[in-house]
Design a protein around this ligand. Structure first.
Ligand SMILES: [Zn+2]
Length: 467
């Protein structure tokens, strides 16, 4: 038995206004019904107008996927009634998606189109209320070919898509906030022919996506093994019971009686300057795959590259650093090290990006470390001030007398002083207690405020103790 999986992803686009009206696009507005107008409430006589920025954002995704960008744009009405859809139809694209084909992480893309989000229903015991802040928010829908064969593959595809959407700046794509919603179509078959397709909806984390697929694969496999048929249906995920459950029998496009919306003009996109494929391609930033390749060619490890590509607090900072010192491989590696380990630890859960104004001082700090003007202890001590307090590395080091002491002449008197002050410890060391050396080294380092060259200090101490 073989599992075949196709993925559908909806992502809320980060535009200023809604898809077909001038209302503010803020689906997270806490006060209900703040960002509404006659258009998104579907009052009689109102007319929609297309948000060009939303079109552009979907075309950018298409260009990044290497897909074919449409030249003709038309919106269709997808007809159904639900209280969260005031027009009794959703504006979507059936016949003319903005993007066809393309690939991501080796997964073939079928289409990417543009539609509008629905309102939010809130149900309580005795009543239901509808909040229309989200109604008409631009929504991108991406559909893959059924070419995925495992839960892990589906999970890594979804993660890569999230990273791409964020890199392009088209969506924040947080799954827990509903900004990116994933559905999986899963079928099982013992032959080359595809089995009956089951759609699982409302998968709001990567972990749930993978769990739901694994559950569905084993549920359907058991059914087929015991001679039963799999029903074509839509299922949901019950997190508390860790299983999928039946929601409704699956609709087909025919059920929605799609037809072209007569109110929205049809556009020839190549005739609109900002939406022509050359204009769209020109606005693409460096894509995750390109950045990974670039960083690894600079000698960074795969893990470091991934951290710098995916962590948006670090990426612009590192890119700006590369513009200054990109040819100095040793310095670049050192900087990548300090950014992906110490700096990330300092940032913790903070979402704020590093200030680019700190790049120059950070470069100086790393250069001083590389040239052994300071040791790593001092670099780590100064790092937070350089990154977050506009402190200039060289001045701070000089003012506090922290330049690395690399000369025997400077360090020898300190070593002898420490030996003279700790006769008991020296005795213990001479009697064979290795830990005593560490203590003496610590004392000597302390006396230099941590600025001694550690190798030289150790050498001198061992030499003097052996006298
Ligand atoms: Zn509106």
């Amino acid at each position: 038995m073989k599992a075949t999986i196709g993925i559908e992803v909806h992502a809320e686009l980060k535009t200023k206004s809604k898809m077909f009206c001038g209302c503010k696009n803020n689906p997270h507005e806490s006060q209900p019904n703040q960002n509404i107008c006659p258009v998104c409430l579907a009052h009689p006589g109102t007319l929609p107008s297309v948000n060009a920025d939303a079109v552009k954002k979907v075309l950018m995704v298409g260009a990044a996927l290497g897909g074919k960008l449409a030249d003709f744009s038309e919106f269709d009405r997808k007809n159904y009634f639900y209280p969260d859809i005031p027009k009794a139809y959703q504006l979507s694209q059936l016949a003319y998606p903005l993007v066809t084909r393309g690939t991501l992480s080796g997964v073939a893309i079928t289409r990417v189109h543009l539609e509008e989000d629905t309102a939010r229903s809130q149900h309580s015991t005795n009543s239901s209320a509808v909040d229309f802040n989200r109604a008409g928010v631009p929504l991108m829908e991406l559909v893959t070919e059924p070419v995925i064969h495992s839960a892990e593959e589906a999970g890594s595809f979804a993660k890569e898509l999230q990273l791409l959407l964020r890199t392009l700046g088209v969506s924040d794509a947080n799954m827990d906030k509903g900004e990116m919603r994933v559905e999986a179509n899963i079928s099982i078959s013992a032959t080359e022919e595809l089995g009956t397709k089951v759609e699982v909806k409302n998968l709001n984390s990567f972990k749930i996506l993978e769990s739901a697929i694994k559950y569905e694969v084993s549920r359907q496999t058991e059914k087929l093994k015991s001679g039963e048929k799999v029903v074509q249906e839509t299922r949901g995920w019950d997190e508390s019971k860790a299983r999928t459950f039946s929601q409704r029998v699956k609709e087909s496009p025919d059920d929605y009686r799609y037809f072209p919306d007569p109110d929205i003009p049809k556009y020839q996109l190549s005739e609109i300057d900002e939406l022509s494929s050359s204009a769209v391609s020109a606005t693409l930033p460096a894509l995750p795959t390109q950045l990974r390749e670039k960083y690894q060619s600079l000698g960074l490890t795969a893990l470091q590259s991934e951290a710098l590509v995916a962590d948006f607090r670090l990426k612009p900072f590192f890119e700006s650093l590369l513009e200054r010192v990109g040819t100095d491989e040793k310095l670049v590696k050192l900087a990548a090290n300090y950014l992906t380990s110490d700096t990330r630890a300092l940032l913790g859960e903070d979402n704020k990006a590093l200030e680019l104004s700190a790049v120059q001082s950070f470069v100086v700090l790393m250069t001083m470390l590389k040239d052994q003007e300071i040791n790593s202890r001092i670099a780590k001590d100064i790092l937070p001030e350089v990154l977050f307090a506009n402190v200039r590395a060289r001045e701070a080091v000089a003012e506090r007398g922290l330049l690395q002491q690399n000369s025997t002449e400077d360090l020898l008197p300190i070593v002898n002083e420490v030996i003279a002050q700790n006769p008991d410890v020296v005795e213990e060391y001479k009697a064979g207690k290795e830990a005593s050396l560490k203590y003496l080294l610590g004392q000597a380092m302390k006396a230099t405020k941590g600025s001694a060259n550690p190798q030289l200090l150790t050498e001198l101490l061992v030499r003097e103790l052996s006298k």
